[in-house]
Design a protein around this ligand. Structure first.
Ligand code: AMP
Ligand code: ZN
Length: 147
């Protein structure tokens, strides 16, 4: 269970939710204290308050099966930090971004170094429906492997 550190209102940033800052228990992270959004399904999955099929995990990210797969293999690589999308990523998130890429590589290797597509829908108009940054790992069908 995550430990509450503090809470803040996101209205000033154009949102209408309250974010809480929590310290995640081991083994999720050794050092990080991340902002999580109380209404966010991916934050709930990371906090193990909502169910998901977990494929892999490191200090910064979790890989889960997409609940409505669009390819034979469809995983989501989700940072444990609540960022709305790539626009919120900053230089201090370099480790988190690196972790996302390395987890994709690791999952591919575990599956036999398969070809895959790594997709980020950045913003509503780009098809983003869950506003917690994540990447799609898609594989197993050729028509998903050409842009
Ligand atoms: P995006 O359109 O990039 O925001 O993608 C969001 C993805 O999250 C979609 O492919 C959904 O099927 C998936 N999704 C939504 N809720 C869940 C959930 N509870 N567990 C797993 N995947 C989910
Ligand atoms: Zn979230």
């Amino acid at each position: 269970m995550a430990e509450l550190v503090d809470a803040r209102d996101s209205k000033s940033r154009g949102g209408n939710t309250v974010s809480v800052r929590v310290r995640l228990p081991a083994p999720y992270t050794k050092k990080a204290v991340y902002f999580m959004n109380a209404d966010c399904i991916f934050c709930k999955i990371i906090d193990k308050k909502a169910q998901a099929t977990i494929i892999a995990e490191n200090d910064d990210c979790m890989v889960i099966k997409d609940i409505a797969p669009k390819a034979p293999i469809h995983y989501l690589i989700i940072p444990k930090k609540h960022l709305i999308n790539l626009n919120e990523l900053s230089a201090k998130d370099a480790q988190l971004a690196r972790s996302m890429l390395l987890l994709a590589q690791k999952v591919s290797a575990q599956l036999g170094t398969i070809p895959f597509k790594f997709v980020i829908n950045n913003g509503k108009e780009a098809g983003q429906i869950v506003f917690h940054m994540h990447a799609h790992f898609l594989s197993g069908r050729n028509d998903h492997l050409s842009v």
